[in-house]
Design a protein around this ligand. Structure first.
Ligand code: DAH
Length: 367
């Protein structure tokens, strides 16, 4: 460790030597400074007014110098002072900039690293099919309507011309809201068993003409198995105008089925019965798997039953007559289809429960 010693003689050579040793020491100590604390110790050691090295130099070299050497020694000491101050200044700059750079180091962001991938979800296959069905009808000019899942008996059954105590209420396996027994039957709340009540709500909302599709969730007290679920989805359709005929119904549904299953499929309308349509029909399409030859999918019949439809029963129009629905002047057709069933057929899914189990291995196949 460098210490200041008295000068033996004041010759230029001796002064040079002493100055050289001092400067060497200050520079060497400066290189060993690691942080701000080191630097403060360094600064005080060299520059403290009381007993700092420069002060000692002043005392031991300058003050002690004989009169003849004072001038020369004074100039040297001043020079050393400047050099030492410079070394302390440079050291300070270096420590504060290494502190700053280590702060930067800890905050460094490597923008070339791969980002954090957040896996994107995908549309559920049932919703995808539902949207697809709705889009087919939107392209034909239909608007989209909706209605409540908790319905009254009136909209779900009565206004659709289900007679009171008609067994259809049981065959639909209705889930009723508890504690409604005191109300008149028509006001009792239930979970809608089909989207057909929205036909009534739509007609109450707007006078004819109507062209609307109604996608939505429906509920039945069914026990879950491979083809049944207590909650599933339907898309309902309703078209009312002057001169709507069964021919319009056939053409519309034939076009829709070709859009959904491919232009090769043919449609066939079987007589059927629904309380709110007359005549009523069940629609089948040619089996898109075997092309109508007969296979396991179509149970060897060549046909797959897909939906119910019919001409709106004049009795139904009676419930909305006050809004311009005079069955003497207008007519209409309606249809309803199960979205899960159509999805299962489209993708070859054999168990409806797969839609509700939330198993990503199943769902990601549709992503
Ligand atoms: N609501 C019927 C059901 O859930 C389906 C249906 C059949 C809807 C015929 C209609 C229709 O609009 O005209 O089984």
């Amino acid at each position: 460790m460098y210490t200041v010693s008295k000068l033996e003689d004041y010759s230029p050579a001796a002064l040079d030597q002493a100055a050289h040793e001092l400067l060497q020491a200050v520079r060497q100590e400066a290189t060993a400074i690691a942080g701000e604390n080191d630097w403060r110790v360094f600064r005080d050691r060299w520059m403290a007014r009381k007993n700092g090295i420069l002060t000692q130099v002043n005392d031991l070299w300058l003050k002690a110098a004989p009169g003849t050497a004072k001038r020369e020694v004074g100039a040297r000491v001043n020079q050393l002072k400047t050099e030492v101050e410079k070394a302390v200044g440079v050291a300070q700059h270096r420590t504060s900039s290494t502190a700053a750079s280590s702060r930067l180091e800890s905050e460094r962001l490597d923008i070339t690293l791969p980002g954090i991938r957040r896996p994107l979800g995908a549309e559920h296959p049932v919703i995808r099919t539902m949207t697809e069905i709705v889009d087919v009808f939107r392209r034909m000019g239909y608007s989209v309507a909706d209605g409540p899942e908790i319905e009254t008996d009136y909209y779900n059954f009565e206004a659709l011309s289900f007679p009171p105590n008609h067994p259809a209420r049981d065959t639909q396996d209705t889930l009723f809201v508890a504690g409604q027994e005191k109300k008149p039957q028509r006001d009792r709340l239930l979970l809608r068993t089909h989207t057909s009540p929205v036909q009534i709500r739509t007609m109450l909302n707007q006078p004819p003409p109507v062209r609307a599709v109604i996608p939505g969730k429906v509920h039945r007290a069914d026990t879950a198995d491979a083809t049944h679920s207590p909650i599933f989805h339907q898309v309902e359709g309703l078209a009312v105008d002057t001169n709507i005929t069964f021919c319009d119904l056939k053409g519309t549904l034939d076009h829709a089925m070709k859009s959904l299953f491919g232009s090769n499929v043919k449609t066939r309308f079987f007589p059927s019965f629904f309380p709110f349509t007359e005549p009523s029909a069940d629609v089948s399409i040619t089996c898109f798997k075997c092309g109508g030859k007969g296979c396991r999918l179509c149970k060897m019949s060549g046909w797959i039953e897909l939906l119910g439809c019919g001409m709106v029963d004049p009795n139904v129009f009676k419930f909305v007559e006050q809004n311009g629905y005079d069955s003497q002047k207008i007519s209409g057709f309606a249809f309803g289809m199960g979205v899960e069933r159509i999805t299962m057929l489209k993708y070859g899914i054999d168990d409806i429960q797969l839609f509700y189990q939330g198993d990503v291995r199943f769902l990601e196949q549709f992503a």
